[in-house]
Ligand binder design. Structure first.
Ligand SMILES: *Cc1c(COP(=O)(O)O)cnc(C)c1O
Length: 389
């Protein structure tokens, strides 16, 4: 182990299993390590660096704000967070935004909105929220509870009560859960990211939407990973022709700075009132400036490029040797390989490509603007690793 790895292991809480890669800098879709070795980045820090590393326009937007004021607290007005909220509302049709610093916190806000909405509209006991098995909603105690995967639960019980888990794409099961329980919301990811890049089918999402309309419940769509252009539309729910009641996002929103958003539609626009919720850093002007520069660039023209690159990846990998299938949408793809995914990721690192895993799949979340040349090179390396016995 290098000096850095020894120090990190000694002083950083042991929650992460890091790969032996020491990143010092980067540009676009290429990282450089301590020895000057280059890596093509197919993971963007888990879908965060939407426009790659140190993108010129993004750096300039962030720097400009950094030279004005870095933080004010939410006791005062600042332009960047109001401008960002306006953009998000106008582009989605949602009505209000609460800013946080992470995806888990965006979901915490959505859960508070749902509980208060349920109490006010349906009664005290309507606090249950239906989520999906295999979902991922965050690491705080309550978002862990919302996460429908036992592996994350077992060491931390008792968790927050009031979460029920339905099978993804099982309409009958969902209808039954709603009819037999007192629920205030259904919470879904249109593409389950950590759960294995599983796309929800249209019928299921429409069923969830209609159940929420009929029973005066809120449909919460967790777009922490799928949001902000990742799937080829601004938000993944847009592929389904619905408008959810609450949409949460984070990861790619800030382009590399920590910001999350809980966007609330008409039904619950006024549910949160003064002192119902808050965050010291939420809506930070520097993070908001970074997010504005990301959102402004996600034009229809740009998103059609995201879709083209998605096709390029799918057609290159789909029938390649050692690859069983490709799932996902846009530049959020899961590759089922014959070799164990973790082995593929390790081999790719040796050959200069950084990929992620999701359950049994190799997960690809490249920068939305990854140049074709680097993308093709990375795909050739992934293909060669998968084909090699
Ligand atoms: C990553 C993720 C979260 C948690 O976000 P953090 O910023 O790590 O708190 C929540 N939901 C989904 C769908 C995610 O992918």
């Amino acid at each position: 182990m290098s000096e850095l790895q020894v120090k990190d292991t000694r002083y950083i809480a042991g929650t992460y299993g890091r790969f032996p890669v020491e990143i010092v800098s980067g540009k676009g879709s290429v990282y450089k390590d301590t020895d000057g070795k280059k890596y093509i980045d197919m993971g963007t820090g888990i879908g965060v660096n939407a426009f790659g590393v140190c993108d010129k326009k993004w750096v300039s937007a962030v720097k400009k704000q950094l030279n004005k004021v870095q933080h004010t607290s939410n006791l005062y007005y600042t332009n960047p967070c109001a401008d960002l909220a306006e953009k998000l509302c106008l582009k989605t049709g949602l009505k209000k935004v609460f800013f946080s610093n992470s995806g888990a916190e965006a979901n915490e806000c959505a859960i508070k909105v749902a509980r208060k909405y349920g109490k006010e509209h349906k009664g005290e006991e309507y606090f249950n929220i239906i989520t999906l098995k295999n979902s991922f909603h965050g690491r705080t105690v309550t978002t862990l509870s919302a996460t429908g995967q036992d592996v994350f639960h077992k060491e931390f019980k008792p968790l927050t009560e009031g979460f029920l888990y339905a099978d993804a794409n099982d309409c009958e099961g969902l209808i039954k859960l709603v009819s037999e329980n007192k629920a205030c919301a259904i919470m879904i990811e249109c593409v389950q990211g950590e759960g294995g890049v599983n796309v929800l089918n249209k019928n299921f999402v429409l069923t969830a939407y209609e159940l929420c309309q009929k029973n005066d419940m809120l449909l919460i769509v967790d777009e922490v990973q799928t949001g902000n252009g990742r799937t080829g539309k601004l938000y993944a729910y847009m592929h389904y022709g619905i408008l959810p009641d609450v949409v949460t996002t984070a990861k790619g929103l800030g382009g590399g700075l920590p910001i999350g958003a809980c966007m609330i539609g008409e039904k619950a626009e006024f549910t949160l009132g003064k002192s119902d919720h808050g965050s010291t850093f939420g809506g930070n002007p520097v993070c908001s400036a970074g997010a504005i520069s990301v959102i402004d660039r996600l034009t229809e023209e740009f998103l059609s490029e995201v879709k083209r690159k998605s096709k390029l990846i799918v057609t290159t990998l789909e029938n390649a040797k050692g690859i069983k299938s490709v799932s996902g949408m846009g530049l959020m793809l899961g590759v089922e390989t014959e070799k164990p995914a973790s082995e593929v990721v390790k081999e790719c690192i040796k050959k200069g490509v950084l990929c992620l895993t999701a359950k049994t799949k190799v997960r690809l979340l490249p920068a939305l603007n990854i140049p074709d040349k680097q993308l093709k090179k990375a795909l050739e390396i992934i293909k060669s690793v998968c084909a090699d016995e």
